[in-house]
Design a binder for this molecule. Structure first.
Ligand code: NAD
Length: 353
């Protein structure tokens, strides 16, 4: 066995009610004046943070949006400088965490992330920025939050459908971690456990979204998936979703949900250990089929056409996804990816290609 394991994890505070530990976590980081970040939809969550930390909150910046447009980054940067804050608090999903990461790319900007979806961004050194319709991403250790507070109570308000697709997004991180170029035993243990926990609990959320125990398990799975995503490289699945989200403006979690069974059907047959682990975690002999069944059971949209993608864009998507070389356990060619995308577009059951 030979591997490199580079898991510089942030400090994690996990548990029901852990939000109330925010003031002591700010003390630990010596942060006495911060800006609180959220999307417009989660202003109430940001206000909850302000109520908790009082005068340490200089203001709320509630303009986080998906994929971090550079205009939003500039606006937030100006606000940070105007208010003279020492750091920030990001309460929300990957969009809000992503905005604080974008600030940490530009300046010394310590922040606490309080995730409220299952996207996993808070555990990764991956940043993303969008300008003129094109999204750039990169890895930089400086963008990691100093502390991550996971309070399952905050996920109770995550709508049922988004809970399902956000959870599938987390499963996608785990599946690709299992066959990553730099896969390592610790990431693989976490990824397998992440798939198991999420696959068991996402259908339970669909039936009882207010069950805090089930929400806690799902958030635990999301943490596992975020660590896996942050510690190894990704492959075809994430490349396809990056192209579909960045160039065709498709919604992040739903796109991951639809593409995952097809990417798994393509890659798992040539990666026996990842196949075995995914199958074991899902309790199924055919993991790609089981992922498709899971998607259906969650009531998630099964087809890219359901997300508003145009069939005439499939050729360009296949070109963009195969234009530049990147690691994948199986070589990708434009015709085969075009067929894979066609299956995802129509929401067909995944087929081996
Ligand atoms: P999001 O952050 O865009 O949230 C989606 C919507 O749900 C928003 O309106 C948000 O306010 C709302 N919401 C979130 N939590 C809620 C809650 N508990 N209750 C009610 N509403 C809630 O969605 P996301 O899927 O978490 O993040 C997607 C973005 O994150 C994309 O831009 C993606 O590229 C990025 N991302 C980055 C990484 C990384 O490692 N850098 C990883 C995953 C995702």
């Amino acid at each position: 066995m030979e591997f490199i394991c580079d898991m510089l994890a942030s400090r994690v505070v996990f548990g029901v009610g852990s939000l109330k530990r925010l003031p002591e976590e700010l003390d630990r980081l010596s942060l006495s004046r911060v800006l609180v970040f959220s999307t417009p939809e989660q202003r109430d969550h940001a206000e909850q943070v302000v109520a908790l930390i009082g005068s340490r909150a200089a203001a709320v910046f509630d303009r986080a949006v998906m994929h971090v447009p550079t205009e939003t980054q500039s606006l937030a940067l100006a606000e940070v400088k105007r208010l003279g804050v020492q750091g920030g608090i990001a309460i929300g999903g990957g969009s809000t965490t992503g905005l604080c990461k974008a600030l940490a790319l530009e300046m010394d900007f310590p922040f606490v992330a309080i995730p409220t979806t299952y996207a996993g961004s808070e555990m990764t050194p991956i940043w993303g920025l969008t300008a003129e319709g094109a999204k750039r991403t990169g890895r930089d250790a400086r963008v990691r939050p100093r502390t991550v507070i996971y309070d399952p109570t905050l996920t109770l308000s995550l709508p049922v459908q988004l809970s399902g697709t956000s959870g599938m997004n987390a499963i996608a991180h785990c599946v690709e971690a299992l066959y990553a170029e730099n896969a390592n035993p610790v990431a693989s243990l976490m990824a397998e456990e992440g798939i198991r926990v999420l696959a068991q609990n996402l259908p339970r959320i669909a039936h009882s979204p207010a069950n805090l125990e089930v929400r806690t398990e799902a958030l635990y799975g999301a943490w596992l998936s975020g660590v896996a995503l942050g510690s190894v490289g990704m492959a075809l699945h994430h490349k396809l979703c990056h192209v579909l989200g960045g160039s065709f403006n498709l919604p992040h979690a739903e796109t991951h949900t639809i593409v995952l069974p097809h990417a798994a059907a393509f890659n798992l047959p040539v990666t026996p250990e990842a196949h075995a682990r995914t199958a074991r975690a899902l309790g199924a002999d055919e993991p790609a089929q089981a992922l498709y069944d899971l998607l259906i059971s969650l009531g998630a949209p099964p087809a890219l056409k359901n997300l508003g993608m145009k069939e005439t864009d499939l050729d360009r998507a296949a070109q963009l996804a195969t234009r530049d070389p990147y690691y994948n356990p199986r070589p990708v060619t434009e015709p085969v990816i075009r067929t894979l995308l066609d299956n995802a577009y129509h929401g067909r059951r995944p087929t081996p290609l």
